[in-house]
Design a protein around this ligand. Structure first.
Ligand SMILES: [Zn+2]
Length: 243
């Protein structure tokens, strides 16, 4: 059975998500803000294969008036709903560099919550790979996945050495650079994601692309599809459930 380490399930309907039940044993659902975090928790209460992450996406920061109140609302959800993962959180210097200062303040608060409640983190780090890694390390975070990793080699090596994970996106099918990263990623440090629903260069990202993605990467790495599915599954359970 397949796994998806990063999916914006809150943008999908229950009936749409149910279509994946037969093929996916676990879909990690990330959130963008407080309302989508509520929706993610609601979906997880209805669908057993949805594992919820709550958080505030760096792209959402510009639209939020009272970040402190949002953080307190998320903390209440952690306590009341037994949330085990924060995401999508992080920093973005590629698309919204103008809010970096506010992003950093919020990210540090989220990492402090993760540390306090022993949560995993599902990270966004576009053009901020080293910065995000350094923050995660300095906050003493034990379990982290760097979603759609396209960062430099030295950062990937350190992520793997520290027991963190990178997630590989279906764009490996259309980007030689993304595939080169998947080829180089050690088996103990990778998971697969859809980041769906999202359109990237004509590719409509959603969980149904993951089986083909795993096949392509398995061929590149010279391992069997079954071995790769199992490695990703094991890594994801280690991230979320400390198994
Ligand atoms: Zn995302």
């Amino acid at each position: 059975m397949h796994t998806d380490a990063h999916c914006h399930a809150h943008e999908m309907s229950v009936s749409e998500l149910e279509l994946y039940a037969g093929q996916f044993e676990l879909i990690v659902a990330v959130s963008d803000d407080v309302p989508s975090s509520r929706r993610t928790l609601d979906l997880a209460s209805q669908l057993s294969f949805i594992h919820p992450c709550i958080g505030i996406h760096p792209w959402s920061i510009g639209e939020l008036e009272d970040l402190e109140r949002c953080v307190r609302e998320l903390e209440l959800m952690i306590v009341k709903e037994g949330v085990r993962c924060l995401g999508e959180i992080g920093l973005d210097r590629a698309f919204v560099p103008e809010t970096l200062k506010a992003q950093l303040k919020l990210f540090r608060e989220m990492l402090s919550l993760a540390r306090e409640y022993d949560l995993a983190v599902n990270l966004h780090a576009a053009k901020a790979w080293r910065l995000v890694l350094d923050e995660v390390v300095s906050h003493g975070i034990e379990r982290a996945v760097f979603h759609w990793f396209t960062g430099p080699k030295d950062v990937m090596s350190e992520i793997a050495a520290r027991g963190y994970l990178i997630s590989i996106n279906p764009t490996v099918a259309i980007s030689a650079r993304h595939m080169a990263i998947a080829r180089a990623a050690p088996l103990h440090a990778l998971v697969f994601e859809s980041d769906g629903p999202y359109r990237y260069r004509g590719l409509m990202l959603n969980p149904s692309l993951i089986p083909k993605t795993v096949d392509l990467v398995a061929r590149e790495k010279g391992v069997s599809t079954r071995e790769l599915v199992e490695a990703a599954r094991r890594n994801l359970y280690r991230l979320l459930l400390k198994e």
